[in-house]
Design a binder for this molecule. Sequence first.
Ligand SMILES: [Zn+2]
Length: 94
Amino acid sequence: MVATSEESAAVVELDQSKVGRLSRMDAMQAQAMAKASGQRREAVLRNIEAALKRIDDGEYGLCRDCDESINPKRLEFDPTALRCIECESKREDS
Ligand SMILES: [Zn+2]
């Protein structure tokens, strides 16, 4: 996963020495997509950092909104979950 953006950046350089406008466009598109996924990765990293901070603070596994403990199954699925299922679904409703 981590190597993806580097690989795509390398593709652009190779295509410049090669030819075609089209393949360059493709490469640039691939690079743009790699950048987008890089941003998602940053968001995930931020969530993980926030989760680690909550472990330090002794708040990990507690719902940010209602202070009830978050279902362990939910944490297994998403270790960075900040809210219990109930509060999360309330947020999605509104
Ligand atoms: Zn809650």
